[in-house]
Design a protein around this ligand. Structure first.
Ligand code: GLP
Length: 260
């Protein structure tokens, strides 16, 4: 894992957007793995800016989202389908037919999950996966104790995640109890991972992910085993890291050819 601690969210998202931009310029039909939640919103704004101001072409880009709430129709205010349209897809020249998000209303959920995995495989796998992290260390909706080799499937949310997400739904009772999420194993097959985490609320999960033991109790800790993961943090999210001075030193002293 490469740990990049930057002054704030804006700077971190600009640097992360540059990685997405250089991938898409190099491989115009790149497969992007996308995340929802408040964390990547600024990154998506930077991607929209790269499209509008620097002509970044999303015409052939393909996308797979990590997860969706089970039981929510696509036009529900809080569906991740709607989130992606509002935060990214409606503002760039992406072909809607090239975007994939699990269908929260799938009748046969196991069959839908298998088809989702097949579609990722047929697309050639995910080139770059964007990730956030839950305050309990989840990635996608892979809650603590998720199998570290899991595939796309239905999961039950923890009470903690339901409480965390209640702010979007106007109350805990409105938050769906089930979700469809790419598995930890699915995420681990992405060729490159860009994880973003901001704010003090994420500091404990970030430290556990980076410096703690590898455990399904902190699903994000599996990223220690991924060969090409970059973690972009602001100062607050980096607060509990023991070796933050070292990570900063490494980033500041990168050889010129390795800088991004
Ligand atoms: C949600 C999503 C995750 C996201 C996380 C953090 O439940 N399923 O993909 O990373 O929680 O959300 P936020 O970025 O709003 O803190």
């Amino acid at each position: 894992m490469e740990i990049v601690i930057l002054k704030g969210v804006a700077q971190a998202c600009q640097v992360a957007a540059r990685l997405v931009e250089s991938l898409v310029r190099e491989k115009p039909d790149a497969v992007l793995g996308l995340a929802t939640g408040s964390t990547p919103v600024r990154l998506y704004a930077e991607m929209i800016r790269a499209h509008c101001e620097a002509g970044l072409d999303f015409g052939r880009v393909r996308t797979f989202n990590l997860d969706e709430y089970a039981g929510l129709p696509r036009d529900h205010e809080q569906s991740y389908y709607r989130f992606m349209r509002e935060k990214l897809f409606d503002h760039v020249n992406i072909n809607p037919a090239n975007t994939n998000i699990p269908n929260g209303l799938a009748q046969d959920i196991p069959a839908h999950c298998r088809a989702y995995e097949d579609a990722i495989r047929q697309a050639g796998g995910v080139d770059l996966q964007i990730l956030g992290i839950g305050a309990n260390g989840h990635i996608g909706f892979n809650e603590p104790t998720s199998s570290l080799v899991s595939r796309t499937r239905i999961k039950s949310l923890t009470r903690h995640t339901i409480e965390e997400n209640a702010r979007f739904f106007g109350g805990e009772d409105e938050v769906p109890r089930h979700v469809i999420t790419m598995g930890v194993g699915t995420i681990m097959e992405s060729r490159q991972i860009v994880m973003l985490a901001f704010g003090e609320k994420k500091a404990r999960a970030v430290a556990d992910m980076i410096e703690g033991p590898l455990t399904s109790y902190v699903p994000a800790s599996i990223l220690q085993m991924h060969p090409n993961t970059k973690v972009f943090l602001d100062e607050e999210a980096a607060m509990e890291l023991k070796r933050s001075e070292y990570y900063k030193w490494v980033y500041e002293n990168k050889p010129a050819w390795q800088k991004f």
